[in-house]
Design a protein around this ligand. Structure first.
Ligand SMILES: Cc1cc2nc3c(=O)[nH]c(=O)nc-3n(C[C@H](O)[C@H](O)[C@H](O)COP(=O)(O)OP(=O)(O)OC[C@H]3O[C@@H](n4cnc5c(N)ncnc54)[C@H](O)[C@@H]3O)c2cc1C
Length: 502
């Protein structure tokens, strides 16, 4: 038999078995209460689908065709009433503190009925991630307090994230490409803050969000080293909206143009800049920026993977309904072997998409940004601690003193080993391109099975395809996400490979 050191040497050889099969290593460590909590969330999503999403989604889509400027305020108010905008915010900042991976299962449920509605809820957490991953606890508290108050008063407060620019989409999501892109959102340091000039495009729910995480650059030629991340609020002088995109799918979730013309943002709302980062870490500004982006995207891309999986599931369920009802030559369609094989393929795609985002979640849980929160003692401590303790002890400790920001920033910037960073970003990208590609693939199979019936608006199938298609460019194109998988998970085995050269 093998000695202990031989076992270690064999399993750590590329591909490292511990990185390849996260489920067998980490599933036993999952707190039992987390499974119950996740079931509760999935049940809630199903109830929301029955009562709100299913009766509404086609009518909402039709309304956006009749009036492309239609804004889904009523839907946002409903989601706010159901508590969805504080659900995955930490308790210490006033949220409900549900476990982070459960948002992916929640999104799959809502998205299986309507991806637009799933994004109206889900993209708020892209903003939450951008804000959280900068580590400035004072600003996090301020903004999240508005979200909590918005829930209490019935006046929703959402957070958007604005990084994409008219000439830079892929480029601003990958540090290696950033300095080659045509970036234009300029910020200039002045006394007490920054002056912002520039335009952001394709900002989901931008117009409906009270707060936006904005990425600007003091030097447009070397943006990767000169990024300033700041919070901007609706109504600030010099901050206006352009027309929103008339996009093919997910139409109920607006994609907005944000214009900044000599907009002054005070220092108190700056959450990350190269000077500030120097106080917490010895890393270079470029690496700080990459780490921040990696954290945000490794959290959000598995959720986009779950969106894609939900499209695959929506298409599967539509095809299944059709095959159960239709007849060919007087025989039930569902009895034909070729139909059963196509349905089995669709079902398999759904399960594979789910496995991919579940693995990415496991990476984040145990090797990524919120690994501390998933350790059993800490998870149970935070779950059952009385709310008063969060409000009166933990929250003031974290937010009233600079030690809170220092601790959180230090943890974010220096707390993760580079190999764990690669694992989390690689698996996030894998979940994203895999889930969104199978989403489109299942739509194509469903339309083949359903023929013309699938193209009727009332069946919802052509809408699923329109919605799913957009996911392939959401959070970086799938080409970029594939390169990211190569860079993070395959390149270590290819010493001669050059990336982003050709
Ligand atoms: C539904 C939806 C919601 C969105 N929501 C938001 C949001 O809330 N906030 C936000 O900031 N952004 C948002 N976006 C924007 C999104 O992140 C960008 O669309 C995405 O990053 C791709 O950028 P792009 O569309 O400019 O494509 P481009 O970057 O122009 O890419 C076009 C094509 O060129 C290829 N390409 C580009 N550069 C390279 C290169 N250097 N090497 C090789 N190939 C390259 C790409 O792979 C792609 O095939 C959203 C997009 C969608 C579709």
């Amino acid at each position: 038999m093998l000695t202990r050191s031989q076992v270690k040497s064999f399993i750590s050889r590329y591909p490292d078995f511990r990185d390849e099969v996260l489920s067998i290593h980490y599933a036993p460590r999952m707190p039992k209460a987390m499974v119950k909590e996740t079931q509760k969330i999935v049940a809630l999503a199903r109830k929301f689908n029955d009562e709100i999403a299913r009766p509404l989604f086609l009518e909402l889509d039709r309304k956006t065709h009749e009036n492309p400027e239609f804004l889904p305020w009523d839907l946002v108010k409903k989601a706010n009433e159901w508590g969805f905008y504080t659900m995955w915010m930490p308790k210490v900042f006033g949220g409900k503190g549900y476990n982070m991976p459960s948002i992916a299962y929640f999104s799959e449920e809502i998205g299986s009925v309507c991806l637009g509605i799933a994004n109206v809820i889900g993209v708020h957490y892209l903003g939450v991630a951008g804000l959280m991953m900068a580590g400035n606890t004072r600003v996090i508290k301020k903004v999240m307090n508005d979200v909590v108050q918005g829930e209490k008063t019935g006046d929703p407060c959402l957070i958007a994230l604005a990084i994409t620019e008219p000439m830079a989409g892929t480029d601003v999501e990958e540090i290696e490409l950033e300095d080659r892109g045509k970036i234009t959102c300029h910020v200039r340091k002045v006394k007490g803050g920054y002056i912002v000039n520039g335009t952001k495009i394709f900002i989901s729910m931008g117009r409906l969000s009270k707060w936006t995480v904005l990425y600007g650059y003091t030097n447009l030629k070397k943006s990767s080293e000169n990024t300033v991340v700041m919070m901007v609020k609706q109504g600030m002088k010099g901050f206006t909206y352009g027309t929103h995109e008339n996009k093919m799918g997910q139409r109920i979730c607006t994609a907005d143009v944000l214009n900044f013309e000599d907009c002054f943002v005070p220092d108190e709302l700056v959450i990350l800049d190269p000077e500030r980062a120097k106080g917490f870490t010895k890393q270079k500004s470029r690496d700080v920026k990459m780490r921040h982006l990696d954290y945000v995207l490794s959290l959000s891309r598995p959720v986009v993977g779950s969106f894609g999986t939900s499209a695959a599931r929506g298409a599967f369920e539509a095809a299944l309904r059709f095959a159960n009802e239709a007849e060919i030559d007087g025989k039930p369609m569902i009895s034909y072997e070729w139909v059963q094989c196509r349905l089995a393929e669709m079902y398999s795609n759904v399960r594979l998409g789910r496995l991919a985002y579940a693995e990415a979640n496991l990476a984040n849980q145990h090797r990524g940004v919120y690994n501390i929160l998933q350790m059993k003692p800490i998870y149970y401590y935070l779950k059952y601690l009385p709310l008063a303790f969060f409000n009166n002890v933990l929250s003031p400790l974290l937010t009233n003193r600079s030690i809170g920001t220092w601790l959180m920033s230090k943890w974010y910037l220096d707390g993760q080993k580079p190999e764990d960073q690669h694992l989390c970003t690689g698996l996030g990208s894998l979940a994203k391109f895999n889930g969104t590609d199978i989403g489109v693939k299942n739509c194509q199979i469903a339309l083949e099975l359903m023929g013309q019936t699938g193209m009727r608006h009332e069946n919802g199938m052509e809408k699923i395809l329109r919605d799913a298609k957009l996911l392939q460019i959401y959070e970086g194109t799938n080409q970029l996400n594939r390169i990211n998988v190569f860079k993070s998970l395959i390149a270590p085995a290819c010493p001669k490979a050059k990336i982003f050269e050709e």
